[in-house]
Design a protein around this ligand. Sequence first.
Ligand code: ADP
Ligand code: ZN
Length: 230
Amino acid sequence: MMVLLKKVDWVVQGDKMRLVFLGPPGAGKGTQAELLKKRYDYNHISTGEVLRQEIQKNTDLGKEVESYVNKGELAPDEIVTKIIKKWLKSLNNKKGIVLDGFPRNLTQAEYLEEDFSVDYVLYFDLEENEIVERLSNRLYCPQCEKFYNLKYNPPQNDNICDKCEKELIKRKDDTPEAIKKRLAVYNKNTHPLVKHYEEKGSLIHIDASKEIDKVFEQVLERIGLEETKI
Ligand code: ADP
Ligand code: ZN
């Protein structure tokens, strides 16, 4: 008897994980999350990006959070939690999920745990002098939100976005003063989550000091998203 087998070239695993990206500012969480979205169709939300868009559109929510965000302080937990929960509810697919920039303190982690289970928390580890170096050389496109780094990932033409040809700008919280504040907030409020998730057994360590491609390889390997030819 002839059995018709569907020809499968690649088996992809790990494309439906629920992930939290944790780590200091400038560690490359957003870049890696966008790669997962592009390559494996993950849903991705960055709370920082949502807040920046609200500020840019000058909405009530934007006005409420503007001073916190520009100074490098955390926006109020209730506001950010509401944004995340609403977004999670709006997802009507079974694809993977990356939460980038949430939770950012223990209170937010507890809110999340009320009704969402996380498979893995990826901790993007980067030394403080490297963080400062990256953030101070960072520019972004106000149109498509793409980030550039004058040292590691410069635009093809000076100060112009490769994709939309808009003039690149500096984020308001990438000033030396706000960077210092963000680092202090990270160390005090966010870093304790590393231990929290370590104790829960869901923490995965990523060396974020490598190049973008190399970091992505680590991410894929650690969450079991390797393309295995059969
Ligand atoms: P980065 O990780 O580079 O500092 P983000 O774009 O993730 O930048 O966040 C920018 C800012 O948005 C934060 O400094 C903070 O003011 C606000 N923000 C983002 N996520 C949260 C959160 N979960 N809780 C409170 N504030 C947040
Ligand atoms: Zn652009």
